[in-house]
Design a protein around this ligand. Structure first.
Ligand SMILES: [Zn+2]
Length: 217
């Protein structure tokens, strides 16, 4: 074990995950703002793939924004890191390559507080990019929820509307193509008929959800 005498401050890795519209970016911005109030030098990075609103800003769905440095890969975070930085925030971390794990470890070893925000699952319910390993190695994990657009209960899934027939995992630009769903209303659209039949009694137990579904028909 190597212990550098100069680095007594201990780093920490925090991950905020959840479906789309759960407020992950808002939570990241909230933590960054608090660090800034504490006068800690903070740098925010985001993958340059996510240019839906603004090239150099992290913007949440509710239009909170903060300056961010777009990077093309994980290693660029280390290249662009300033010596004085104490807090590093990484938004849309699910889009990064697997090297992000090593980069985050390296930052934490330097005594830096690393705050990551990203989707834990894609719309199919599969884990997204480097998220499993990142969640595993993190010191603090918050899995936050959105609101199911069908029944109003807590939503942990991202649902893609059927008219979007593109099968790719990465579809940036969202808004109309996706919505947050609880497990029941996300599952109801799975192809497995047996699973569907199994989930029906659960659905009918949701009296509130039926009212909303009927209203939409
Ligand atoms: Zn629901």
């Amino acid at each position: 074990m190597r212990h550098s005498m100069g680095h007594l401050a201990s780093g920490v890795v925090e991950v905020v995950c959840g479906p789309m519209f759960s407020g992950k970016t808002e939570e990241l911005i909230r933590r960054v703002r608090r660090a800034q109030i504490a006068r800690l030098k903070t740098q925010i990075f985001k993958p340059s793939i996510d240019d839906r609103y603004h090239e150099s800003k992290v913007v949440s769905h509710s239009s909170l924004s903060i300056q961010a440095v777009p990077v093309r890969n994980s290693v660029q975070i280390l290249e662009k890191l300033l010596d004085t930085t104490r807090v590093v925030a990484i938004d849309e971390v699910q889009f990064f390559d697997k090297d992000i794990i090593a980069v985050v470890k390296k930052l934490a070893r330097r005594g830096i507080r690393v705050i990551c925000a990203g989707l834990d699952q894609d719309f199919k319910g599969n884990s997204f990019g480097p998220m499993p390993e990142l969640l595993c190695m993190a010191d603090h994990v918050d899995k936050i929820h959105a609101i199911c657009t069908v029944c109003g209960s807590s939503a942990s899934k991202t649902y893609r509307k059927p008219e979007e027939d593109c099968d790719e995992q990465i579809l940036v630009g969202e808004g109309d193509a996706y919505e947050a769903r609880c497990r029941t209303h996300w599952d109801a659209f799975e192809e497995d008929e047996d699973l569907l039949a199994f989930s029906l009694p659960l659905k009918s137990a949701h009296t509130k959800s039926e009212a909303v579904v009927n209203a939409q028909e």
